[in-house]
Ligand binder design. Structure first.
Ligand SMILES: Cc1ncc(COP(=O)(O)O)c(C=O)c1O
Length: 460
C-alpha cells in the first residue's frame, strides 16, 4: 500500500547543536543569506547507499553516480566523490551539460578511478569531442555516453571510428528510453509517454539501436529517468518494471544485441514537509528483485541520485528584516527570496524552517497569529514558507527582527537554481567539515551585476 511499507522512508535528523554553533559562527563571518552544507550529513547519505549496495552485492552490481544537476559546486562534488570511495562505492558522477564537464575537469585531486556518465539534452560534435577527451585522461575509469535522440545517435556513430581508435574497455554507450504511457499529473513529472521531451520510444528507439548495430556496436545500455522526487517505492517499482519489459522486448527483437548496463537514473524523493527520504536500502532491494532474474549473469545497474545525497546536507540561512503584522496574518520578511531559493516559487514545495533567535532584539511581536515567511523580491509569489493559495500559513515560534531563519534540506536544486532576479546577488556557499568551515563560493559585490555588460556599446 502507498507509503505504508515498513522502513520505506527515513527521517532526517534535526539541526544538531554543533550545526547551530557552526551557523552562528559562519553568519558572523560572511553574513546572510548564505548556503551552508554539512559534510557529515552528506557522508551519512552516501554511507546509506554504500551499505545498501554492499548488502545486495551478491545479486547485482550497483554503481552510483552523483547527479551534478542537484548541485555543481566543485568542492562539494570532490567531497562527495571522496566519501563514495571511503564508503565502498566506486566514485561516479553524472554530467548533464558542457558546463558540468568543464567544472569536473577543473576539480583538482579527483579520485583515481572515476566513473563518468555524460547525458545531455543537446549534444553536438564539439561537446562529444570534449567528452571523448576524457578517454585519454588518467582519472576517468569508466565513461558512459547516454544518447537521448536520433540526431545524437547519428552524431555519435559518425564519431565512432575515432572513439573506437582511442577506446579501451572503459567506454560504454547507452540509449535513453521513455516509457509508453504517462501517469504525469503536472509538467514537472512529465518524463514518460508520448508528450515527454526526453528519451526514445518505439520506432525511434529501434532506429537508434539499428544505427548502433550497423557500426558494429553489440553491447548497449538502457537508461530511464523515472521521474523527479518520487516518494513511493511502488511508483518506482512500476517504472522499473516498465523498463524491464521494454528491455526484454528489445533483446528479443534484436538478436545479437547484448545488454551492457541498466541505468535507472535518480528521482529518489524527499518529503520536505515531513523531513524524510526514500530509504536507499529499499530502493536497491527493489532493483535487485526486478533486474537480477533478467539473465544468468550479475546485471550492472547504475543509479544517479542527486537530491537524496546532497538535499538533507544543506541549509539556507537568512535574516529576518521586517515583520508585517496584519492581525490574523504575519508576514515575516527575510533577506533572501526566490532569486536565491526558487523551489517554493517554481514547484510550490515548501521546506521546513527553523528559527535561530539572536540576541539583538528590537521590534517585539506577539504570536497569536500564523505566519508566512516571504522573500524580498518584487514577485507576488515569493513565499518561502506557508502556501498562500491553500491559505496555509505556518506555525513558527516567536520571531523577531534580526533573528535567523534556517530553510532546511535545501542542498539539492537550491543554489544551482539561483539567479540575479530582482537585482539580488547570489549568496555565498560554505562547507562545514567538523570544526572547519570553508568558503566554497564567495559572495559577489553589487558591481557583479554589471560584470557581463560592456562599458560601452559593442558593435558586432
Ligand atoms: C537524467 C537524470 N539523472 C539524475 C537526476 C538526478 O535526480 P534526483 O536529484 O532526483 O535524484 C536527474 C535530475 O533531473 C536527471 O535528469
Amino acid at each position: 500500500m502507498r507509503g505504508e511499507m515498513s522502513d520505506e522512508m527515513i527521517k532526517i535528523a534535526e539541526l544538531r547543536d554543533s550545526e547551530r554553533e557552526a551557523i552562528q559562527k559562519i553568519v558572523s563571518k560572511v553574513g546572510t543569506p548564505v548556503y551552508i552544507y554539512f559534510q557529515e550529513r552528506m557522508e551519512e547519505q552516501i554511507r546509506r547507499f554504500g551499505d545498501a549496495v554492499e548488502k545486495f552485492s551478491s545479486d547485482v552490481e550497483v554503481q552510483c553516480y552523483f547527479a551534478m544537476l542537484a548541485n555543481h559546486n566543485p568542492y562539494l562534488i570532490r567531497q562527495i566523490l571522496q566519501a563514495m570511495e571511503d564508503n565502498g562505492l566506486s566514485p561516479g558522477v553524472l554530467c548533464a551539460s558542457e558546463g558540468h564537464l568543464r567544472i569536473l575537469s577543473r576539480i583538482s585531486s579527483l579520485p583515481r578511478r572515476l566513473n563518468i556518465i555524460y547525458s545531455d539534452a543537446f549534444l553536438d560534435e564539439s561537446k562529444l569531442s570534449q567528452f571523448i577527451h576524457y578517454l585519454s585522461s588518467s582519472e576517468a575509469y569508466t565513461l558512459i555516453l547516454i544518447l537521448q535522440t536520433l540526431q545524437q545517435t547519428e552524431i555519435f556513430t559518425q564519431k565512432w571510428p575515432q572513439i573506437k581508435e582511442k577506446m579501451s574497455e572503459k567506454f560504454h554507450v547507452g540509449v535513453r528510453i521513455k516509457l509508453v504511457g504517462s501517469s504525469s499529473k503536472d509538467i514537472y513529472s512529465l518524463y514518460h509517454g508520448q508528450n515527454a521531451r526526453f528519451g526514445l520510444m518505439r520506432n525511434n528507439l529501434q532506429e537508434a539501436l539499428s544505427k548502433l548495430k550497423s557500426c558494429g556496436i553489440s553491447q548497449v545500455g538502457f537508461h530511464i529517468y523515472p521521474g523527479t522526487n518520487i516518494l513511493y517505492l511502488s511508483e518506482l517499482e512500476s517504472l522499473y518494471n516498465g523498463l524491464l519489459q521494454t528491455i526484454q522486448k528489445i533483446l528479443t527483437y534484436n538478436s545479437g544485441l547484448e545488454l551492457d548496463f541498466i541505468d535507472v537514473g535518480g528521482g529518489f524523493g524527499i518529503n520536505y514537509q515531513k523531513r524524510e527520504f526514500l530509504n536507499p536500502d529499499k530502493v536497491i532491494e527493489i532493483l535487485k528483485n526486478i533486474f537480477s532474474p533478467l539473465s544468468d549473469k550479475k546485471e550492472r545497474i547504475l543509479i544517479e541520485p542527486g537530491r537524496t545525497i546532497i538535499g538533507p546536507a544543506g541549509v539556507l540561512i537568512a535574516k529576518v528584516v521586517d515583520i508585517k503584522d496584519e492581525g490574523s496574518r504575519k508576514f515575516v520578511v527575510v533577506d533572501t527570496g526566490l532569486s536565491h531559493f526558487a523551489r517554493p516559487y517554481i514547484y510550490r514545495q515548501y521546506h521546513q524552517v527553523q528559527v535561530i533567535p539572536q540576541n539583538e532584539r528590537r521590534v517585539k511581536t506577539n504570536w497569536d497569529a500564523d505566519a508566512f515567511i516571504v522573500g524580498i523580491t518584487m514577485a507576488s509569489g515569493d513565499f518561502l514558507a506557508g502556501d498562500p493559495l491553500e491559505d496555509a500559513p505556518i506555525k513558527i515560534e516567536r520571531v523577531e527582527i534580526g533573528d535567523l531563519i534556517a530553510f532546511l534540506d535545501v542542498g539539492a536544486y537550491g543554489f544551482c537554481m539561483s539567479s540575479n532576479f530582482s537585482g539580488l546577488l547570489k549568496p555565498p556557499e560554505v562547507l562545514v567539515e567538523g570544526k572547519n568551515y570553508y568558503l566554497v563560493r564567495e559572495r559577489k559585490e553589487v558591481g557583479y551585476l554589471l560584470a557581463e555588460v560592456p562599458l560601452c556599446l559593442k558593435s558586432l
